[in-house]
Design a protein around this ligand. Structure first.
Ligand SMILES: Nc1ncnc2c1ncn2[C@@H]1O[C@H](COP(=O)(O)OP(=O)(O)OP(=O)(O)O)[C@@H](O)[C@H]1O
Ligand SMILES: [Mg+2]
Length: 330
């Protein structure tokens, strides 16, 4: 049985189709990543799957239950770490976890033990009696991950779990998540703007743009769909007719895109072909002003499907003060 299954899921706000006929499945035990530019519909999808928002049309089943007809069953089987930080600032970490455990009616003794266990796992045992108001962003995020796991969910939804954190805290959070997956065999459904993280962590990735899923596969296979294994980017002093065709004629060069004075070349074995490319350009009256070479990444896949890249400025635009709230009791 799939952990998540949607059929033509659609959400319309006024004239805006935030989700447009989204159909996909997430298998049990998978780490599934949702990537998309700002406003693509990621939070909307997570909110519907976590029973916080109603779809306009279509269906969604989570942990085997329909989110519309059995929301309370779904809520007991999922954990949610929302894009917004929603832990209570006026309570200590211990109190936050304890209150949440009470929502889920975990018996007192078991609850208190679980709180200590989770505080320990997320490295907050020594800070358990401090007010969350005094926490750093990374500490608060770790607390919220612990909170999402208090009732032993089968599926954990994480909306931008590392957004706004410094690189070191991001690593800590991902290590934590990986450990839980291994130990508890939990299914993970996450959104992230950080491509490299998605590439190393996720078994499969869906790219969503303007409410539609435009690609869905393993990171390796998504990359294989793009011609070449490497990318060389050249900044030239000028562009002359015929440059693109000449470069394309070199065996191993798979694709050439010219954008202003930049030539982006997708190719197999870039290091090996670089001299041939330079030789070819000597035939033209242009100089190479700048050159870079790298392996193809998920970012290239993302740009191909969405026409956009995700840069740091884009990431900063994402608000972590909005997002899905905590699951409420029915
Ligand atoms: N409550 C709402 N009312 C009206 N429009 C909304 C509402 N919530 C979201 N939208 C719109 O729906 C679209 C999808 O928004 P959503 O928050 O799901 O995107 P996202 O992919 O999570 O973006 P981000 O990367 O910025 O978190 C956007 O165009 C957004 O403006
Ligand atoms: Mg969002």
């Amino acid at each position: 049985m799939p952990s998540v299954e949607t059929g033509n899921l659609t959400k319309i706000y006024g004239k805006n189709r935030a989700l447009d006929n989204v159909s996909f499945q997430v298998e049990d035990g998978e780490i599934f990543g949702l990537l998309g530019p700002n406003g693509a519909g990621k939070t909307t999808l997570i909110r519907i799957l976590t029973t916080i928002l109603l779809p306009t049309s279509g269906s969604a089943r989570v942990a085997g239950y329909d989110v519309l007809s059995h929301p309370s069953r779904v809520r007991r089987l999922i954990g949610v770490v929302s894009q917004a930080m929603t832990s209570d600032l006026d309570l200590t970490a211990r109190e936050n976890l304890n209150v949440y455990g009470q929502f889920f009616e975990i018996p007192k003794r078991e609850r208190l033990e679980k709180v200590e266990y989770l505080l320990d796992i997320v490295g907050l045992l020594e800070h358990g009696n401090e007010l969350v108001a005094s926490y750093s962003g990374g500490m608060r995020r770790r607390l919220e991950i612990a909170r999402g796991l208090i009732h032993k969910p089968r599926i954990l939804f994480l909306d931008e779990p590392t957004i706004g954190l410094d690189p070191q805290s991001r690593l800590v959070v991902w290590d934590l998540i990986r450990r839980f997956i291994k130990e508890d065999n939990i299914t993970l459904f996450l959104t992230t703007h950080y491509m490299e993280e998605a590439e190393t962590i996720c078994n499969r990735i869906a790219i969503i743009d303007s409410g539609k899923i435009v690609a869905l596969d393993s990171p390796e296979r998504l990359k294989q769909e793009i011609p070449g294994s490497d990318v060389i980017e050249l900044r030239l002093s000028g562009i002359t007719n015929g440059i693109a065709d000449s470069l394309l004629a070199i065996p191993g060069v798979r694709e050439v895109a010219l954008n202003g004075l930049i030539a982006k070349i997708n190719l197999d074995n870039g290091a090996h072909l670089l001299p041939a490319i330079i030789d070819e350009l000597r035939k033209y009256d242009v100089a190479i002003e700048d050159i870079s070479m790298r392996q193809l990444t998920l970012e290239d896949v993302f740009i191909r499907y969405t026409g956009k890249s995700i840069r740091d400025e884009e990431i900063k635009k994402v608000s972590y003060f909005i997002g899905a709230g905590v699951p409420r009791r029915m």
